[in-house]
Design a binder for this molecule. Structure first.
Ligand code: SF4
Length: 702
């Protein structure tokens, strides 16, 4: 006898449906949900092994812990003691230093309801906008670009467009490893339609290049040069859509002037690729009836991330490939609920339902709805700014939820020094492994995936309901309940929800009249429909809205999309004589983020079990480095010591380190972010994680 539950994978933004089976002894097994529109029964290696992360509770935090003195170990305490002291310390700090002296750092893995209550707490009641999340490291450049070009943070299409397109341009992404089920759909689409052309731009020959008709192995940081060159060819060959440009966009003339600044040959030289390949890629775009772009961190994690995004979106706006089946820009979300977090306004510069902080009417609406008092117009601290403010002593207390910033943030040693200086650190976590716990004054044990219910939104605006399948171990509680209990300890009203569904219903009500209206949703609708795509206004039926902008009316003031024009320079710190190579960081196939979950599953270590530095054999030879030699990688910020992996799949002058590994025992020499700097895009504040000047040398044991 066994029970079966339908839920959603909690790793990447693809958002696959999962069926979890629980036998009478409580043992869990998983399989892909054949009825789910995203994955149709398929699961990748991470999803297939998800149940092990729940069943193995050996690393789980079971009780709240607290300490009064950083030199002493933390002691087990009751929830009442932990939250009571935290409320007392937060209240005292706020009284003494003001509401901007405290901050919450959350995660794109939090459920929408969790995001909602923590955002309501800090913005609506504490009175500051100091909430940001690790989504700042993931999607913020894409979000800013969508808003600037289309007037709204809205992915126009659906995964179903893959089956209707005949050209896909994958820019700065390796979906074959990082969004595997989405890539299987691309593979299936190619098998069904051999005319489907695939273009990939990436400094590395990744698994996603195996299917590419054209691989543009460009130099890091030259994406805008490439996108402008493609734009120039499309204009010169008469392959734009003049009627669409005229009726539905603005800014084309300035764009034409900008892209004509460089010849294709000059662009090819800067990008380090053949001009013939740029022409070939442009030819595929020009000949396509449906044109999709897919991208992730290669564009987003950059000092010019917003411009990289805009330059890619421009290719859709000049060809009219948007709002039609098989066409549209499609940013692939890294985390499972980065989009849900933005829906509730869970970032330093946002308000619920994509309202904006600098609009007084929006602030008034939200304040009136929450009933806690006026909202501050001052933008809060973004992810890296929080840690800089802690380092300078301006930020006194931080509450970290479901994230491990000491491994994931850039310039990790600086971030660690910042955390050491904080007056008070709260960490809300499921596992006792994350490095960040070392600095926690209070530790709050949280329920994990399958131990709580709530909702998430995937990369195609699809909201899924996640059911509770098993009880959390020890005294661990759902994150939303922890925040609500704390808010009540602080004396705030409006956090006494009878059930988590009431949080969701409140969030839905607050979307009324906005572009992301989901007033037609509640848990019953979601349980019945399984998943729906927003918007889903009151009275809506079925599965929601698969495609936006079908009428070519955009969410800008004049309903026209904006073609932005700008120069193509990269503003990253360039390589020099001391640091002559460019480091790029990223994921491997079977690990997730800082390995708090995937690191527990031995099957997932069979693929790659240790950090490594991928380096071109020519760069290795000049440094006397052989395969598997230990190498030291240094930058202006720190050092990493790992084994060398010599490979011709990486461009000369570029090296690659996976981002997952943190401290192993007391040794932090595998942590890629020892090397990265905290340069950010000026608009999105997303860190420049894909471009760090480094030196590499063979390591000789002293
Ligand atoms: Fe989970 Fe992403 Fe794999 Fe789907 S592709 S099973 S959502 S990790």
């Amino acid at each position: 006898m066994q029970d079966s539950f339908k839920t959603t994978c909690c790793y990447c933004g693809v958002g696959c449906g999962i069926v979890v089976h629980r036998d009478r002894l409580g043992k869990l097994t998983v399989e892909g949900d054949k009825d789910h529109p995203v994955n149709r029964g398929m699961l990748c290696s991470k999803g297939m092994n998800l149940h092990y992360t729940v069943m193995d509770t050996s690393d789980r935090l079971l009780h709240p812990e607290m300490r009064y003195n950083r030199n002493l170990p933390r002691q087990r305490v009751s929830w009442d003691q932990a939250l009571g002291r935290t409320a007392a310390v937060f209240s005292q700090i706020i009284r003494r230093y003001g509401p901007e002296s405290v901050a919450f750092y959350a995660s794109g893995q939090c459920l929408t309801e969790e995001y909602y209550v923590v955002n309501k707490l800090i913005k609506g009641f504490i009175g500051s906008n100091n909430i940001d999340t690790n989504s700042r490291l993931c999607m913020s450049s894409a979000v800013a670009a969508y808003k600037m070009a289309l007037g709204e943070d809205a992915v126009p299409g659906s995964y179903d467009d893959i089956e209707h397109t005949d050209c896909i341009f994958v820019a700065g992404a390796n979906p074959a490893w990082c969004h595997p089920i989405l890539w299987r759909r691309v593979e299936a689409a190619r098998a069904a339609n051999p005319r489907l052309k695939i273009i990939v731009s990436d400094p590395r020959v990744t698994q996603s290049c195996a299917m590419a008709d054209v691989h543009l192995q460009l130099n890091p940081g030259t994406d805008i040069v490439l996108h402008h060159a493609l734009g120039r060819i499309l204009i010169e060959k008469g392959k734009t859509d003049p009627a669409f440009i005229h009726q539905h966009t603005e800014g084309f003339e300035a764009y034409r002037e900008a892209v004509m600044q460089r010849s294709i040959e000059e662009a090819a030289l800067i990008c380090g690729i053949d001009a013939a390949d740029i022409y070939a890629a442009a030819g595929h775009i020009a000949g396509a009836k449906g044109f999709m772009t897919m991208w992730t961190m290669g564009l987003n994690q950059s000092a010019v991330g917003v411009r990289k995004n805009l330059s890619l979106i421009n290719l859709h706006l000049i060809t009219g490939h948007i709002g039609k089946p098989g066409s549209g820009p499609f940013s692939l979300t890294g985390q499972p609920n980065a989009m849900g977090g933005r829906e509730v306004g869970g970032l330093a510069n946002l308000l619920p339902a994509h309202r904006v902080l600098d609009n007084p009417e929006h602030r008034r609406e939200v304040a009136a709805f929450w009933g806690g008092g006026e909202l501050s117009p001052k933008p809060g601290l973004t992810a890296t700014q929080m840690f800089e403010a802690m380092h300078s002593g301006q930020l006194k207390a931080i509450w970290i939820m479901c994230s491990n910033p000491l491994v994931s943030l850039p310039d990790a040693r600086f971030m660690e020094a910042a955390l050491q200086k904080a007056m008070f650190v709260v960490v809300q976590e499921i596992s006792n492994k994350p490095e960040t716990l070392r600095y926690a004054d209070v530790v709050l044990p949280a329920a994990a995936w399958a131990e709580k219910e709530g909702t998430m939104t995937n990369a195609e605006r699809r909201i899924s309901y996640l059911t509770k399948i098993t009880d959390a171990p020890g005294e661990a509680l759902p994150d939303s309940e922890i925040i609500c209990r704390f808010a009540q300890k602080m004396g705030y009203h409006g956090f006494d929800y009878p059930h988590v569904s009431a949080i969701y219903e409140e969030h839905c009500r607050l979307t009324a009249g906005t572009n992301i209206d989901i007033t037609g949703l509640n848990y019953n609708v979601l349980r019945e429909q399984r998943s729906v795509q927003w918007p889903y206004p009151a009275g809506a039926t079925g599965h929601g809205t698969p495609r936006l902008f079908t009428d070519h009316q955009f969410y800008t003031a004049h309903q026209k999309a904006v073609i932005h024009s700008f120069g193509d320079e990269n503003t990253s710190a360039p390589p020099d004589r001391d640091y002559p190579l460019i480091l790029t960081t990223g994921r491997i196939r079977d690990q997730w983020h800082t390995m708090s979950k995937t690191g527990k599953v031995s099957k997932l270590k069979q693929h790659i079990d240790a950090a490594f530095l991928e380096i071109h054999p020519d760069d290795a030879r000049t440094r006397n480095i052989r395969q598997n030699d230990m190498v030291e990688v240094t930058s202006g910020n720190g050092m990493v010591r790992v084994k060398a992996l010599l490979s011709t799949t990486i461009k000369k002058g570029v090296v690659f380190l996976p981002m997952h590994w943190g401290k192993i025992l007391n040794n932090d020499l595998h942590r890629a972010n020892n090397l990265t700097n905290n340069l950010v895009d000026p608009v999105s504040k997303q860190p420049d994680l894909k471009f760090t000047a480094v030196a590499v040398a063979r390591y000789e044991k002293p």
